[in-house]
Design a protein around this ligand. Structure first.
Ligand code: ZN
Length: 264
């Protein structure tokens, strides 16, 4: 009798467990489906259909990218997603204090987050091999600095104009400490050997052009051929493979993914 009771109990628990596991799987699949319907409205059809066709591969890549995030290297920052005034990078380094740099500095007081330094050094080495010297002209800008900068622009050019070419405090990727303006910070950089080299090669080192030409409506910013953000090699490859090389699409996706609380 005891033995029978035991077996019955065992069957009951096994069944309950299986039911729970299967149910969990189903809800997960439907969560993902709902999530995709939701984001499909915001992404170009060409991007969504490629993901739909290769979902398994896409999710393996996504998982790797999310795992690779260092500090807040994939946080979405734009005119709708502001960083708080209190946001500061983990560790900031004064570039002029580094020895054996493989790139030039436009000013002596440029700072960057420590997490980008190796990659910048490697990129500088690779550029040098191709006969090109990269110049770093702007890096980390704290919230208070951006506020002062924006207010000065607004005073000089008017608020509406300032908003077109300058980020308001909290909206700037420079507050992350992982963003660099290279060269002369003008459109002319797109045609210099260094500008062309960056456009072609920066992604190989984890850097991404934040505001590409023709994407003003998507990014909310004018084309800036000099402005690159470090997102890491895994993310820059992911961006190129699945999001047509458009950082805004990828970071918006990742932002929504994180907020959806769906687990991979
Ligand atoms: Zn910039």
């Amino acid at each position: 009798m005891n033995r029978r009771k035991y077996i019955l109990l065992l069957i009951f628990f096994t069944f309950t467990f299986l039911l729970f596991a299967v149910d969990k799987d189903v809800s997960k699949a439907s969560d993902v489906a709902t999530f995709f319907d939701d984001i499909a409205k915001d992404l170009p059809k060409s991007i969504i259909s490629k993901i739909e066709l290769n979902k398994g591969e896409f999710f393996i890549d996504l998982k790797r990218v999310l795992k690779s995030e260092k500090e807040d290297s994939l946080i979405l920052v734009d005119k709708k997603h502001l960083l708080p005034a209190s946001f500061t990078p983990g560790k900031v380094v004064m570039l002029s204090e580094l020895k054996h740099r493989t790139y030039k500095l436009d000013r002596y007081n440029i700072e960057l987050s420590a997490i980008v330094l190796d990659s910048l050094q490697e990129m500088g080495t690779a550029a040098k091999k191709d006969g090109i010297i990269l110049t770093v002209s702007c890096g980390y800008r704290p919230y208070a600095y951006q506020k002062k900068l924006f207010n000065n622009y607004a005073k000089e050019y008017g608020l509406a104009n300032a908003k077109k070419f300058s980020a308001e405090p909290g909206m700037s990727q420079h507050q992350l400490g992982t963003t660099i303006d290279f060269g002369t910070i003008t459109d002319a950089d797109a045609k210099t050997p260094a500008g062309k080299w960056l456009f072609k090669n920066a992604y190989k080192f984890g850097w991404s052009l934040s505001y590409p030409r023709g994407m003003e409506k998507i990014t909310g910013y004018n084309w800036e051929c000099w402005h690159y953000r470090y997102i890491g090699i895994e993310a820059s490859a992911f961006e190129k493979k699945w999001f047509q090389g458009i950082q805004q699409y990828m970071l918006e996706f990742i932002d929504k993914w994180k907020k959806s609380n769906i687990r991979l």
